[in-house]
Design a protein around this ligand. Sequence first.
Ligand code: G3P
Ligand code: MG
Length: 279
Amino acid sequence: QDSCRCAVSGDRTSQRFYGMLAEYQKRRLYFAVGGITVTLNFAHRGFSGQFPENTMLAFEKAVEAGADGIELDVQFSKDGELVIMHDETLNRTAGVDGFVKDYTLEQLKAMDVSGKWGDRYGSMEIPTLREYFEHFKDLPVITNIELKTGIFPYPGIEERTLEMIREYELENKIIISSFNHYSCLKMKELDEKMPCGLLEESWIVGAGKYGRKLGMDFLHPAYPMVTESYVQDAADHGLKVNTWTVNDWDSMEYFAKIGVNAIIGNFPDLAEKALNPYR
Ligand code: G3P
Ligand code: MG
């Protein structure tokens, strides 16, 4: 456990997370005792720069590209199934009117979310979180589950998500995040060891202090607000920074140099190359 302490060194970070990172040691990330911080490569909605976002194909391709983690967005269907979709509306990816929450799983499953990639990859289904877990549970990737509770709060989604994480015994390989900070608080109430991060894009003053007050492990800011002093402020409050959406080489290098914990981007293949010298 000690040997990966540097990767998430905040005193508020759970032992569970150390365990998660220990798995990474086995694979390729080597953490010197008390020393090197590495920046992890998380694929935003899977390998969404090249494949239909939030689909099993995009998740598989992210792993092939070398991603250390997969970020995905979770909502409830009308009949209470956890489905992986970014927008609350169906129009952009499925070409259907209305909201995800107003369709049953069966109806959602009949939709094609290949979007602009349809000609290249054919029809794509909306995955459920269960399908994702079934497929990825044994792979050495962290899953960053973003609870999409910013517009519709989806009462019970935190409980249901946690139940499923426990059912698959994936507690060691998950980070929960949300723009709805009540969702993060709820998750911590349910399981104080569950690593949680606050999504934010509003240039909060004193983000570190705020995050610590809420008992969080991570800050998940939009990348334009992330500087060395932002990362230092987070660290001073026992928090690590996972930032999005990082798609260009220079930003990837910069965030590695200033000690960002993970970059979340659409091109895990590029991130793999950019971050490699810093590992
Ligand atoms: O979790 C990082 C990022 O996904 C947050 O924004 O809108 O892409 O879900 P969004
Ligand atoms: Mg997201």
